[in-house]
Design a protein around this ligand. Sequence first.
Ligand code: NAD
Length: 285
Amino acid sequence: MRILTAVTLVLSAIFAHADDSFERSLEGKYIAVTGGAGEICSAIAKKFLEHGARFVILIDYNNEKGEEVKNRLNNEFGDGMVEFIHADVTKDLKKVVEQDVPKYGLADVLVNCAGILNEYDARSVMETNAVATIEWSDVMYELSRADKGGKGSTIINMSDMYAYNVDGYVPIYTAASAATTAYTKAKGHQMNYRHSKVRMFSIHPGFTETPMTAGQMEIAEKNDDFVKYSKSWAWQTSDEVADALMGLFPVAESGAAYTIDAGKYYESPALVYRSVEYIDNILQQ
Ligand SMILES: NC(=O)c1ccc[n+]([C@@H]2O[C@H](COP(=O)([O-])OP(=O)(O)OC[C@H]3O[C@@H](n4cnc5c(N)ncnc54)[C@H](O)[C@@H]3O)[C@@H](O)[C@H]2O)c1
C-alpha cells in the first residue's frame, strides 16, 4: 500500500510538472488578443508569433485597423497564422462564444487587452476596461477549467500602473484599472488555480508611447500639469512592453500582478500614493 502511494505521488508530481511546463511555454500556443488592432495589443500578438505561437486571433471593434494588422502579421509570419474577429468586447461576448469558438476552437491564452481612456465617460471606461475583462475572463475560465473537462489556460488581464498609483489625474481610469487587478487577484487566487489550472494574472504597464497616451494629454484634469508631471516618468515603447511580457509569461504566477515599466517587469506594489508635495516638487522643477 505504501509503495502504491509513493508511486502515485511520484507520477502525479511528474504529470503536474509536465502540465505546468506546457502552460508556461510560449511554443505552439493559440493566442486570442482583444484590442488586437491597437498599439500595445498588436505588439503583444506579434511577439507571441515571434516566440512560436501556432495561431493568433485579434479581436477588436476597429475593422479597418484589425484587417490591416492581420494582413501585416500574415505577410510576416505566413498566411493563415492570424485571423481577425470584428467584435465589441462590451457587447459581443455571446456571439464570439457561439460562433467563433466552435469555428476556431478555444485559445490556450486569452489576453484581455482592449481598453480606452476617457475621463468624461465613466460608464464606457468601466464597461470596456473592467466589466468586459471580468466577463471574458469568467467565460474563458469556465470553458477551459481542468476540473470540468477543460485543459486549463492562461488569462492575461491588461491593467495599468494606475491600478495602484494614485496621483489624482485620471480617477476614472484608475478605478477601472484597480477593479481589473482586484478581480484578477481574487479569481486567479492559488485556491482557484489548483483545481481549475486556469492561470490568471494582470499586467500593469507604465507610460507607453501610443495613440492612447497622445490623446490622454488632452483630456486629463489639469492638463498642462499632467503633461509636465508625466514627463517625469520613464516612458517605454509597445515593443518593450511586449518583450517584457514574453520574459514574464513562463514565470508568472496565477493571482499575481506585474508592473511593466521601462521595459522591465516586477511584482506590483499594492498602493503607491503620490502626495501633493511629491507632485508639486515635480511641477516646480
Ligand atoms: N498606453 C499606455 O501608456 C498604457 C499603459 C498601461 C496600460 N495600457 C492599456 O493597454 C491597452 C492598449 O492600449 P494602447 O495604448 O495600445 O491603446 P490603443 O488605442 O492603441 O489600443 C486599444 C485597442 O482596444 C480597442 N478597443 C477599445 N474598446 C474596444 C471594445 N469595446 N471592443 C473591442 N475593441 C476595443 C481599440 O479599437 C484599440 O485597437 C489598453 O487596455 C490600455 O488601457 C496602456
